[in-house]
Design a protein around this ligand. Structure first.
Ligand code: NAD
Length: 347
């Protein structure tokens, strides 16, 4: 399979190298890399022995591709995704699908029109820890789910050094998108409403206008609630840049996961760390390539992702205005033609 990469940043590099340097190289090759920073595209293309571009439409015109992995900043997914759909190229687009409902609706409509396989990269669905959690819930090991608690946060270097566009997104879009999707996927429940709080201070003080932390209470259609938190100001001294803890409480049991602690602790004179030992990127990409090889576009491909964006917009409105915001209200306003903006306001 001939793969094109759009966005040669952190994630583009990880996924391109997963194809080029791992076992997937027997089934796929990266033949084109596009980044609007041409030097980044050229560097990664050099590693993959691929062609480099700074314009996605041109890449799609000039190179025959079986699939695209699209990893550009959260608020910029729409235009290159629409270009992929116009070229009818199966696409794995990064989460969150979009940061406005207008973009999300346009993307879903374009995917339906193109009729090619598309997925949003809620990569934790391929993490063996959460696959096992989901099996335990489905098998009835903890009885009925009565609550979910999850915390997914980054060290402060992430928004201040690793992402040049942190001020155009939030830890809600960047991190709670995963948490919200995971909770829905694990439990099968749909989010009904959200109450939330956000604090700004440290990051705005460093010239990045975004929240230090967002906390949320999400109520689901099955009667239970989820308590969630994402912070973007954790100390850089933590052993891993990502801190992800998930607890699912059931009527007759509970499940606990800490993806930062994967059993091996390394202590030496310099530091005490517990490095990640599980990498599920290959499994994630493999699932998508299976879908592309099958050729059938799922009828509801982007429905979950669109609801995820609606919940995230409700979250940001709840943070900005206080009170509780219904997801149905965001969806209804969109249907009525109002444009929900990234921060959840309507205009
Ligand atoms: N699934 C996951 O686990 C996971 C983890 C981290 C990030 N992400 C998501 O991946 C996406 C990318 O994040 P990142 O950390 O790689 O960001 P990044 O800033 O490291 O890379 C993004 C790249 O996209 C390029 N770009 C921007 N607009 C472009 C365009 N129109 N055409 C071509 N290139 C363009 C930028 O120049 C940049 O190099 C985000 O949506 C993020 O939320 C997902």
């Amino acid at each position: 399979m001939r793969i094109g990469i759009i966005g040669a940043g952190v994630m583009g590099r990880v996924y391109a190298r997963t194809v080029t340097d791992g076992d997937l190289r027997w089934r796929a090759e990266v033949v084109a890399v596009c980044d609007r920073d041409r030097a980044l595209a050229a560097e990664l293309a050099g590693h993959c022995r691929a062609r480099d571009f700074d314009d996605a439409e041109r890449m799609l015109r000039e190179v025959e591709l079986d699939a695209v992995y699209l990893a550009v900043p959260d608020h910029l997914h729409c235009a290159p995704f629409l270009a992929c759909m116009a070229a009818r190229v199966p696409t794995l687009v990064e989460k969150p699908l979009a940061t406005t409902m207008v973009d999300a609706e346009r993307m879903r409509a374009a995917a339906r029109e193109a009729g090619v396989p598309v997925q949003v990269n809620f990569s934790n669905r391929a993490n063996p820890v959460f696959v096992r959690m989901r099996q335990a819930i489905a098998a009835g090991d903890i009885g009925d789910v009565v609550g979910v608690n999850a915390r997914l946060s980054n060290i402060v270097d992430y928004p201040t050094r690793m992402l040049s566009w942190a001020g155009s997104t939030t830890c809600g879009w960047f991190l709670l998108s995963h948490v919200f999707d995971l909770a829905a996927w694990l439990t099968g429940a749909r989010a009904a409403e959200v109450t939330a709080n956000g604090v700004k201070g440290r990051l705005t003080g460093e010239g990045i206008d975004t929240y230090d932390i967002i906390q949320a209470l999400v109520r689901y259609d099955r009667g239970f609630a989820g308590l969630y938190e994402s912070a973007w100001v954790l100390p850089n001294s933590l052993p891993s840049p990502v801190d992800f803890k998930v607890e699912v409480v059931g009527s007759h049991g509970a499940l606990y996961a800490d993806t930062q602690d994967q059993m091996v602790h390394v202590a030496n004179d310099k530091a005490y760390t517990w490095p990640g030992t599980l990498d599920w990127t290959q499994a994630r990409l493999s699932d998508f390539l299976d879908l592309v090889a099958g050729g059938d576009a799922p009828a509801d491909a982007l429905d979950d992702a669109l609801e995820n964006s609606a919940l995230l917009l409700a979250l940001h409105r709840a943070v900005a205005d206080g009170g509780t915001v219904a997801v149905a209200d965001v969806l209804a306003r969109t249907a009525a033609g109002a444009t929900a903006t990234t921060d959840g306001a309507s205009r």
